[in-house]
Every structure is written in structure tokens, then in C-alpha cells.
Design a protein. Sequence first.
Length: 226
Amino acid sequence: MPAYTEPAPVEVEASYPITFGDNSLQILGIGRFDCVFRLGEDRVVKKPKTYPEVDDPHTACVNEGNVICLTNEANVYRRLGKHEGIIEIRSLANTFAYVHSRKVVVEDISLENILVHNNRLKLADFGNSFIPMDTDMERFCIEEITPELEIFHLGCVLYSISVWSGYKYDCFEHNCLPPSSQLPQMNGIIGEIIVTKCWTGGYASMEILEEDVDAFLGSQVTAVTS
């Protein structure tokens, strides 16, 4: 497998939001609610997006919302805890099955939110993720996010890992799942059956997906989250 290459830092322009504290840190990425800065050779810090308010109540509301989302993400990590499916697990599917079992919805399952550290994978970006603990994880619908969409997007990640080339189809942007004619060809890739079922509604839940991954792939993939 090719060595991991760190992406180039994002160029900061004056139009970007300000953030709390020292703004001289190198910025690595900008998300919906926050910015990620480099602290050192192997350390980063995530800060909420904040904009100059200048007596503007709307901007103040946006700033407060971004702070709340980042606080919520920290609480998600506390809820998930140090579980086998978070620290040293056999696959990304095991991780997402555990995350769903803790009634957490990732919302944006994509390569951009799966980080690499010491050759291990770490999940990131849990803003707006909490759902009630009595939620049926086969039938939830949270701001248009459903099990089918989460599993479809995970299928895109698994496909990307199998072919070592990024593939993403944003169902939120297109407002629908793609027709089969627009999906890439499998050509006998690792986990072909699993990816196909992810893309065609073959799994009712992450738990069922996890069972298939364990049965077909065993311990071929190791994943870790914070």
C-alpha cells in the first residue's frame, strides 16, 4: 500500500474567519463549524469558527452555534469512550457499528473525516451528532440523514480504500442516491459484495454491515478512532 502523503496546508486569506487565541498557527483545514490548526509535528488543535461581531446579532448567533457544535463533538467522544471498536478494531465497519450503537450519527462519512495517524485510521468531525438513546438505528431520520445514506457514504469510503483512489458521491448535494450507471465498476475489488450492498440498500443497519465485514474480510483491515 502506498505511503501516506500529508496534504498541502490550506492557504489562509483575509476572508477566512478569525478564531480564539493565537491566529499565527498554520491552518490545515476549514470545516463547517471549525478550523484545524497545526500545533506541532504530530499535533493539531480544532477551534470553532468565529467572525467579528461588530454589534451584529446574526454573527453573534453564528459564533455561538459554532462553539456549541464543537462542544457537542467533545461530548460525543466522551459518550463513545475507550471501547475496542474505538481504540483497536478490525475494520471501519466495526467502528461505525459501535458509533451507531452509541446513538451517534456521523453525518459526513467521507475520506476527509477519516484521518491517518501512525498508520491507523481515526474518525473525526462529530458535530451535530447526538440522537436520543432509544432511537431505532434502522429507521432514524435526522435532518435528512438516514441509515441508508450513512451506509451508502461508508460504501464510498470502503471502495476508496479497496482501490486506493478517492471516490465520493455527496447525496446531500445531489439530493438523491445515484443510479447504478453512475457508480464505478468493481472489477473484483476487495469487499466487492459489501460495497455493492452498501450502495444498493442491502443493509438495514451498520450492525448488519459489521457482521458481513467480519464474515467476508475478517481481520484484514484495522481502524482506530479517538
